[in-house]
Write a protein that binds this ligand. Sequence first.
Ligand code: F0G
Length: 359
Amino acid sequence: MTAKKFAVKKIGIIERYQEFLPITDSTPIISLNEGNTPLILAEALPAELGLKNVRIYYKFEGLNPTGSFKDRGMTMAISKAVEANSKAVICASTGNTSASAAAYASRCGLKCFVLIPEGKIAKGKLIQAYRYGAKTIMVKGNFDEALNLVKEISADGKITLVNSINPFRIEGQKTAAFEIVDDLGDAPEYHAIPVGNAGNITAYWRGYNEYKRIGRSETLPRMLGFQAAGSAPIVEGKPVANPETIATAIRIGNPASWQGAVSARDESHGLIEAVTDDEIRAAYRFIAEREGVFAEPASAAAVAGVIKLAKRNYFEPHSRLVITLTGAGLKDPDFALSFDDPIACVEPKLDKVREVIES
Ligand code: F0G
């Protein structure tokens, strides 16, 4: 009997896009097979918005190994940290970065420290960092304060900072733009994305530009960034001291990659606007209930932004729009259950169940 061969080798973003990434023969590849996420064609959304001639796609980053786009940047940051002989990594996080850092650090035996704002991160993300074994520290303050702390702690170089100030993070995250162009055959006309610390919009813009430079695409998209109204420093043009929003992932008042986001907006002739928490709630429910795609509230901010722009007739006919859904809906069970539509609970009797079915 011959052993079965494993025909399918699923690879991560470093192996797939190595010629575009700052790796060498001596970079160890610490991967959980991140990337290669689907572009899901939207059906209900364009119908609802009367955008019959606009093809809308969801780039569903919730299907990454830890459930968010952060894994693309983290495979790079952790691989480079190991290459540099680092023994520990640290980050501040609204949840997803800490989940991802903890997972990749656990995979290669690095110590991991994460600082998170107390009471303001989704439960799924908290338990990820905790159960992947990171030393999890809650800070009685917000993300911006936590980021300042980890910058200071990592300043002497003994512990590697893996927030998106670490340049390898942005390098890894730009691969999402490569995948989109590889799938569509060219860049879309528009790309909508939520903006928090502003690393991701910076990364996508870099990715689209690099692919255009080498002729893989002929065009560049307009970058459409969306912040939550209570946490919209780039829209307001000044830091927000006490950011608030139900989309806790983007509850950030002083984004580290502010300038990168402004460049992406201006060079692409795009925009960065704010959406309200109510608009985020509505968009969150729409994509779950009408498209079968369950993303977290911060991701829904981009959908809310698209809905807003569509109402202003912003989109040209016969165009393509990609919306990045940055994280998985399962991460935030408390938010999912915070709506005014209770789940029925009945006695185990046929008539009681029928009553609910027929109501
Ligand atoms: N969407 C989700 C689900 C996020 O977790 C984040 C950022 C963003 C959007 C915004 O991306 O910061 O690159 O502009 N989360 C970070 C974290 C801040 O700590 O997990 P950004």
